[in-house]
Design a protein around this ligand. Structure first.
Ligand SMILES: C[S@@+](CC[C@H](N)C(=O)[O-])C[C@H]1O[C@@H](n2cnc3c(N)ncnc32)[C@H](O)[C@@H]1O
Length: 238
């Protein structure tokens, strides 16, 4: 796991995201998957929090794409706790640009992952995903336009969670904003009272295009937009 950019975040992932986007997605995603039977590709499955939501919402086979070995290890261990999930979910150790499944899928789900793709990668991503979907198959993802943040001088605490006698803390600081790309520094800390037991730093760049730009890219790739609740986007492969 030495080259895994997610390695430092993995122990904090479920704590931090149960406190973030995941509860809203549990409400928003299932109705958008209604009627899907033919296989769901999940891009960037992480530790499997959303994989479980998809599995409860559909009877479909799931192809969970996850490039990070650390995230994948939590995901596979989550599947191993439930024989039905273990039978129905295949974990693909690759990125979204490399995904290839045996039969066309009824839906692609991509939750809190789009920002991982650069402006150059996105048109390729849309073409790859269009190629994996059946005609009229759905592409579902969460997206909101956000105001570009300003660089910050100090990291701010984004969440703290008690685990036994220890406190897990996630702090973040915006270092640079260039166009749609935001480079941030994250600190993952474990404390016992006032004593800092461990601190891991990750610097990463996320990409936040306006939704008008995303829409233009998707139309160019042959997708047609459908209605979706606030915060979600639904596109159909034409
Ligand atoms: C913020 S997490 C979201 C995980 C999960 N979808 C959720 O909502 O809980 C982003 C995930 O995207 C994955 N990821 C990053 N780059 C990716 C790529 N090029 N293709 C597929 N997944 C990617 C990361 O490894 C990470 O697991």
């Amino acid at each position: 796991m030495l080259d895994d950019p997610c390695a430092a975040a993995v122990p904090f992932y479920d704590l931090f995201h149960e406190d973030g986007h995941v509860p809203a997605i549990r409400e928003l995603l299932p109705p958008l998957l209604a009627g899907v039977r033919r296989g769901v590709i999940e891009i960037g499955a992480g530790t499997g929090l959303i994989t479980e939501v998809i599995a409860r919402a559909t009877p479909a086979e799931i192809h969970a794409v996850e490039p990070s070995p650390g995230m994948r290890s939590v995901l596979v261990n989550r599947l191993a706790r439930d024989p039905e999930l273990q039978r129905r979910v295949t974990v693909l150790p690759c990125g979204g640009l490399e995904v290839k499944v045996d039969e066309p899928a009824g839906a692609v789900v991509m939750i809190s992952v789009l920002q991982s793709f650069t402006a150059d990668e996105r048109p390729r991503l849309w073409r790859v995903l269009a190629g994996q979907l059946e005609r009229d198959g759905r592409l579902l993802f969460n997206w909101r336009d956000r105001r570009p943040p300003a660089p910050e001088t100090e990291p701010g605490v984004m969440g703290t969670y008690q685990v036994g006698r220890h406190t897990y803390e996630v702090a973040g600081q915006v270092l640079d904003v260039t166009g749609e790309s935001v480079t941030s520094r994250f600190l993952y800390r474990v404390r016992h009272g006032e004593t800092l037991l461990s601190e891991d730093e990750v610097v990463s760049t996320a990409h936040w295009p306006p939704s008008t730009a995303v829409a233009a890219e998707l139309k160019e790739a042959g997708f047609v937009q459908d209605d979706a609740p606030d915060g979600m986007q639904v596109w159909r492969a034409a």
